[in-house]
Ligand binder design. Structure first.
Ligand code: PEP
Ligand code: MG
Length: 583
């Protein structure tokens, strides 16, 4: 038996069989040994995948030339050459024959090590080439994953997916219904895959550094997504202990379910809107199940990441309209697709960057890709004809971003009007406050937008200079740092004096330990993952606002996140029905 420690990122207990799907950096690749008789079949799959990837690249090259420009299209010409490179092909075939691994593993190894070699040699052009080789690797793997059923190793039902790192675009392609839990070597609580796991209600533990070295497909695992530990081939006594804990958790969930129909009202009688963060249409069902007052954040990236090209206006309209219909008459905040940083799409190559979090992303990136922006705005506006929806701008840095967006919005509105398509001309426009400059400029921004939404996931990383995706900086990524709390306090004050509604939709709002503190700082609208709504509601119903204000003032006087956490834990009611503090 082995006990591996990591970080708990999505609560819950799961027991099941490991299914290792990762073997390389930033990839999720099924890996298995093959019999000699399978080698020929794998060769044929390689030829078919290369042909498919080649055809896709040719289409993309043409499409990008028309829609974006010639120099961007050249990237795909270069990738087509890499795709048919004879030496890489020979190496893949040799790896198949000599190492007897499946094609996905061989492609990943050969293209992955070619990319790493180029990166090590360094220099701007070579680094760009490394990114291209890596992108080609991903494209071949995608072509293999999309091959007809049978050719693709299915994730067995009830599997616990073990991987190096899960990019949102990769997670989106897994058969999520079959996954009982996630264990990853890289990532942290605020990584997008962790957010997705919480959204799915699937237990997850990340930052398990030795996960890939210690876990093989088929190992029996217990994933404790509360304590952040993973047991590999545990003894029977441990399994029994976890059966008991799982039953306890289930009982406390049942208790929480009694809260569904109660309102989120504080002990002194203030009722607060409690909304849901969703990533896809089906999440709206969970939001309704937990009786959300609306959708405070509809992240649209997921819908982009499960396709092999940008969704059309019609496709976007269709799923957004369905979500709005389900939620009607509750409000729904659609966020424009937030690309850049770690949110990358295989069909939308971005220039390689040493520091993706600090490169062009969010609204700025969209404003340079008007085609993508206008298509999405048209879909949002068309939904607004019948439903109370609003538009949220991601990663706003300053007023210019909002003014430029308004210009595009006006243009799109007059195009729709000319076509006789109905929409709400006064559709509310909001800005995410997730970059320190925006947080400091709230009074000015408030003049340009109708509402504001505090995105603490990014705000924390930019205030504390700690990458949200990197397990190395995880100890420095501290949502409870007094600097973060002071900034939140000042955003609340400024939004209030400007008369603008302010919600918080970052993950810190979903932790019931933080609820009283956030209310004490003056926040009055919370948007959290559906699975966290009941615990947060319970915490709201335990809060008295004057005490919460005192708690917040005390926290603001402290010097470190650890001190704030101790203060909050002192106020926390005795744990009830929670999982014991296992290792
Ligand atoms: C945030 O940054 O807090 C946020 C809600 O956006 P995302 O997590 O999608 O970056
Ligand atoms: Mg963000």
């Amino acid at each position: 038996m082995a006990l591996l420690k990591g970080t708990a990122v999505s609560a819950g207990i799961a027991q099941g069989s490991a299914y290792v799907v990762a073997c390389g950096y930033r990839s999720a690749v099924p890996q298995r040994s093959i019999r000699p008789s399978e080698v020929d079949g794998e060769r044929r799959r390689f030829d078919a995948a290369v042909a498919k990837a080649g055809a896709e690249l040719a289409v993309l090259q043409e499409d990008v030339r028309e829609r974006i420009g010639g120099s961007q299209a050249e990237i795909f010409a270069a990738q087509r050459l890499i795709l048919v490179d004879g030496s890489l092909h020979d190496q893949v075939l040799r790896t198949l024959e000599e190492k007897r691994v499946n094609l996905e593993a061989a492609v990943s190894e050969v293209f992955g090590s070619a990319a790493r070699n180029l990166e090590v040699v360094g220099g701007g052009t070579l680094q760009a080439r490394a990114a291209d080789v890596d992108d080609v690797r991903r494209r071949i793997l995608t072509a293999l994953a999309e091959a007809p059923a049978g050719a693709r190793p299915e994730i067995p039902e009830g599997a616990i997916v073990v991987s190096d790192e899960l990019l949102p675009s990769v997670t989106a392609r897994l058969q999520l219904d079959n996954v009982r839990a996630f264990v990853t070597a890289r990532g942290n609580k605020f990584s997008h895959s962790s957010i997705l796991a919480r959204g799915l209600g699937t237990p997850a533990v990340t930052s398990v550094a030795s996960a890939l070295a210690q876990i093989k497909t088929g190992d029996r695992l217990i994933v404790d997504g509360v304590a952040g530990v993973v047991f590999v081939n545990p003894e029977r006594s441990i399994e029994r202990e976890y059966d008991r804990l799982a039953a306890d958790l289930e009982a406390s969930k049942r208790k929480l379910r009694q809260l569904v129909d109660l309102s989120s009202v504080t002990l002194d009688g203030t009722t607060l809107p409690l909304l849901a963060n969703v990533n896809k249409f089906s999440d709206t069902e969970a939001a309704l199940l937990y009786n959300a007052d609306g959708i405070g954040l509809y992240r649209t990236e997921f819908a982009f990441s499960i396709r092999s090209g940008f969704p059309t206006e019609e496709e976007q309209f269709e799923f957004l309209e369905r979500a709005a219909e389900r939620m009607h008459p509750r409000k729904l905040v659609f966020r424009l697709v937030d690309l850049g940083g770690d949110k990358i799409l295989p069909y939308f190559p971005l220039p390689p960057s040493r520091n993706p979090s600090l490169s062009e992303r969010g609204i700025r990136l969209l404003l340079r890709h008007l085609d993508v922006l206008k298509t999405q705005l048209r879909a949002f506006l068309r939904v607004s004809a019948k439903h109370p929806v609003s538009v949220l701008l991601p990663v706003v840095v300053g007023v210019e971003d909002v003014r430029r967006l308004r210009g595009v919005l006006r243009q799109v509105q007059s195009e729709l009007a000319a076509e006789g398509k109905p929409f709400n001309p006064g559709i509310p426009l909001g800005a995410m406050i997730e970059v320190p400059s925006a947080a400091l400029m709230v009074r000015t921004l408030a003049k340009e937008v109708d509402f504001l939404s505090l995105g603490t996931n990014d705000l924390v990383q930019y205030v504390l200079a700690a990458d949200r995706e990197d397990e190395g900086t995880a100890p420095y990524y501290q949502p409870l740092h007094p600097a973060v709390l002071r900034l939140i306090g000042s955003v609340v004050e400024d939004a209030k004096s400007a008369g603008r509604d302010l919600a918080i939709c970052g993950e810190m709002a979903g932790d019931p330990l933080h609820t009283a503190l956030l209310l004490g700082l003056g926040l009055r609208e919370l948007s959290v993952a559906p699975g966290q709504m009941l615990e947060v509601k319970e915490a709201i119903r335990r809060t008295r606002l004057d005490e919460a204000r005192k708690l917040a003032s005390a926290a603001l006087e402290l010097g470190s996140a650890a001190e704030v956490e101790t203060l909050l834990n002192e106020q926390r009611p005795a744990a009830s029905g929670r999982v014991a503090d296992l290792p």
